[in-house]
Design a protein around this ligand. Structure first.
Ligand code: FUC
Length: 762
């Protein structure tokens, strides 16, 4: 095994527990959790489309749409809210909700087991190299060094394992596959094990194949297992699929057999070395773009002990954990979200259960959006493609829900959804109603455009779904009898308090959507009449920014906030992050700070990750770092997964975005360098972050101040940089560039492909 580096998770014992100890590999569609046992090796694996529920479900499937028309019910709720001000969630759910039917759940596919000769292993090591995207296990037994390597290849759509030893003829094991799904058959022929079946709930067909290839020794096929004896090494290749298709309304496509067979055949033909090379090129093209140096060095203790000893102080080991956690979040997004499959769900792609928490689904009242926060700033644009496809595919079912439930144009989705276009409601009183979700899920598409400046993408991908979401709100906003402004009603601040009209988050989300869609229509020079309607509504919209009696930013239109509430959702700060409605140093930002301080530093894993971003946007690096420390100390498992509890991957992704926000911000058209650098990071550097306007940026700093800033312009246009003490701008030839200075900001005209350097006084 190669010498460890600073971006490797490692342990000196096998994993026993899936959730806290096993190590994840994945290629977006396929995922596996590696345990690294010495007597028995376990690889639990997933394929992201294997879901119960949806069309054909035994329970009956209604997409969450009301099973019978309820013509007056929405207006009755609105009238009651206008009369009484608030309604209990249970009362609203009784009128507008409906029990879930056939929603389904994400399923584990099964496990690959290797039964190995027992020995007394010494010098054990299990690791996950983030740079290589390879999980490894190594130990010595009977004087032989054994090693196993695993990776999940996106180009090959396979999971690959290699079993080797440092002496010839020492590799022996039996490979078998199991699965909790009843209706399956396992067969073996020519070293290939096939497991095939259909889920009893919805008839979804699934198939996995594993091919074993030996070098030296013998391979013996049995009825349901393959035994390797006395080989020099052996490789196994696994692929899996289902007959799911992301096409409304049936969501079914081809039988998976041909695609799985072709993937395994091709991988076997390619051979291990070529597969691994292609995998690493693919992974490193994304992973290597960003480097973060906080003064870490390769830690001398295993990752579980590194985490247990973490204190958020000023030791190099603490920096090592923080830098590792940042890199791990980027690794996890690459491993769980690649083109051609569904987006990362609540657990990315990893799930060992048939009944995971919250169905392992797509919650769109925070969680799915959070998963994609790192995409822009942390330079992982490619990972958003499944998200874009998923959002586009929600439009057709969402139009039906908008029409049937609201009598509105456009499209809508509520609190949570699945791969089968569940855009309606359920009846969990504090989480069933959230029509703002459609507007919010389109935010990322516009942000994608803001980062990369790609007008074609804006026209073809982002704008149509944004426009549909905006049409819905143009038809659905209500005039508030209190002051005549346009409000969302009924409106519910996620999972907190009563229903009201015009809760701050609802208003801020609609503000964000209308602002974005009007800007987009300007850029595209389309839809003049629609643009006018949007701008007119924006002018009448209650902006959802009110400062209350104790100086807080109000969560509701009426001043109902309890200063003692430490609820994990801090939804009314949406305009601070992920929105851009609140500007740092404004009265609203000061009020947001009061609200945030009152909510405290606790919360579930994802809640802490939100707070890293909030404090960073409030330009308070020390508090942002405090939240990172809280997350690492109290909401991080030994395998560095975020825990809600249970394991929920949004916290990993939210923290990556938060760290990026501490180093560079660009949401207001100015590239603010080191806006929230904590005192715990006095010296360091980062390269490869992205700023809006198609700029790639790096910065090195010393004693808390930027030393050198480098920017690479992806397009021709103006760049404005804000950096304390910035001197002039030089181009790649070292020539001074004419820049306009105003305080700490410098503005100049950049050329596509140009590289610029800004120094600060030594
Ligand atoms: C939201 C949160 C919960 C949990 C769930 C998956 O509803 O409020 O805390 O994260 O999503």
């Amino acid at each position: 095994m190669a010498a460890p580096d600073d971006l490797t998770l490692w342990y000196d014992e096998p994993a026993i527990d899936w959730e806290t100890q096993a190590l994840p590999i994945g290629n977006g569609a396929l995922g596996a959790m590696v345990f690294g046992g010495t007597g028995t090796e376990q690889l639990q694996f997933n394929e992201k489309t294997l879901w119960t529920g949806g069309p054909g479900s035994r329970q009956g499937y209604d997409s969450g749409n009301w099973t019978a028309p309820r013509p007056d019910v929405l207006s009755e709720v609105r009238e009651q809210l206008d009369r009484e001000g608030t309604m209990a969630p249970e009362a609203v759910a009784a009128r507008l909700g409906q029990p879930k039917s056939g929603f389904g759940a994400y399923q584990t596919f099964g496990d690959v087991w290797l039964d190995l000769p027992q020995g007394s292993p010494t010098d054990y090591r299990r690791e996950l190299s983030l740079r290589e995207a390879v999980a490894r296990v190594a130990y010595t037994a009977g004087g032989v060094r054994h090693e196993r390597d695993y990776f999940a290849s996106h180009p090959g759509n396979v999971i690959v394992g290699r079993v080797s030893a440092d002496r010839p003829g020492q590799v022996s094991f039996t490979l078998r596959v199991s699965s909790p799904h009843d209706d399956k058959r396992i067969s073996v022929a020519d070293g290939r094990l096939t497991m095939r079946g259909a889920l009893p709930d919805n008839g979804m067909r699934f198939e996995a194949q594993v091919q074993v290839v030996v070098e030296g020794g013998t391979r013996t096929d049995e009825a349901d297992r393959i035994t390797v004896t006395g080989a020099d090494s052996a490789v196994f290749v696994l692929s899996a699929g289902t007959d799911y298709a992301d096409v409304y309304p049936a969501y079914r496509g081809e039988d998976p057999h041909d695609a799985v067979t072709a993937a395994v055949d091709k991988a076997v033909e390619q051979g291990y070395e070529a597969l691994k090379r292609a995998h690493q090129e693919d992974h490193q093209a994304l992973f290597d773009r960003v480097r973060l140096d906080l003064g870490q060095r390769a830690p001398e203790v295993p990752t579980d002990r590194l985490r247990a000893a973490y204190g958020g102080g000023d030791s190099a080991d603490d920096r090592a954990l923080e830098a590792l956690y940042f890199a791990y979040g980027r690794y996890l997004l690459i491993a769980s979200s690649r083109a051609g499959s569904l987006p990362a769900n609540l657990q990315g792609v990893w799930n060992d259960s048939t009944a995971p928490a919250w169905s392992g689904d797509y919650h769109v009242n925070i969680n799915l959006q959070m998963n994609y926060w790192p995409v822009g700033p942390a330079n992982l644009a490619e990972t958003a493609q499944p998200y874009d496809d998923y959002v586009k595919n929600m439009v057709a079912p969402g139009e039906r829900t908008a029409r049937e439930m609201f009598g509105a144009r456009g499209w809508v989705v509520h609190n949570e959804t699945n791969p089968f276009g569940f855009t309606g409601v359920h009846d969990w009183a504090t989480a069933f109603w959230f029509p703002e979700a459609a507007a919010w899920v389109t935010q990322h598409l516009y942000e994608h455009y803001r980062f990369n400046g790609d007008v074609h993408y804006l026209r073809e991908t982002a704008y149509p779904v944004m426009k549909g979401a905006a049409e819905f709100w143009l038809d659905t906003l209500c005039a508030d009898p209190r002051d005549g402004t346009l409000v969302v009603s009924p409106s519910y601040s996620p999972e907190h308090g009563d229903f009201t009209a015009g809760a701050s988050m609802s208003q801020q989300i609609v503000w964000d959507l209308f602002t974005n869609v009007a800007e987009a229509a300007d850029v595209l020079e389309v839809d003049t009449e629609f643009r006018e309607r949007v701008r007119d509504a924006l002018g009448k919209l209650d902006p959802g920014l009110r400062i209350g009696s104790w100086g807080q930013l109000q969560e509701w239109k009426a001043d109902l906030d309890d200063p003692g509430s430490t609820h994990r959702h801090v939804s009314h700060l949406f305009g601070l992050h992920p929105g851009r409605q609140i500007v740092a140093d404004s009265p609203e930002a000061a009020a947001a700070r009061v609200s945030l301080a009152a909510r405290g530093d606790g919360g579930t894993g994802w809640s802490k990750a939100w707070k890293i971003n909030f404090w960073a946007r409030l330009l308070d690096g020390d508090h942002a770092h405090k939240m990172l420390s809280e997350q690492l100390t109290h909401s991080t498992l030994d395998n560095l997964w975020d825990t809600h509890p249970p394991f929920q991957i949004d916290g990993n992704f939210g923290a990556v975005a938060g760290i990026a926000e501490m180093l560079v911000q660009s949401h207001h058209g100015v590239i603010h360098v080191l806006p929230a650098l904590p005192s715990a990071w006095p010296t360091g550097s980062v390269s490869g972050l992205r700023a809006r306007g198609d700029v790639t940026i790096g910065v090195s700093w010393r004693d808390g101040a930027a030393e050198q800033i480098t920017l690479h312009a992806g397009r021709t246009g103006e760049i404005t940089v804000r950096a304390a003490g910035a001197e002039g701008v030089r181009d790649e030839r070292g020539d001074e560039v004419v820049a306009h200075r105003s305080g700490d900001t410098l503005t100049w005209s950049a050329r596509v492909g140009g590289s610029y350097t800004i120094g600060t006084p030594a």
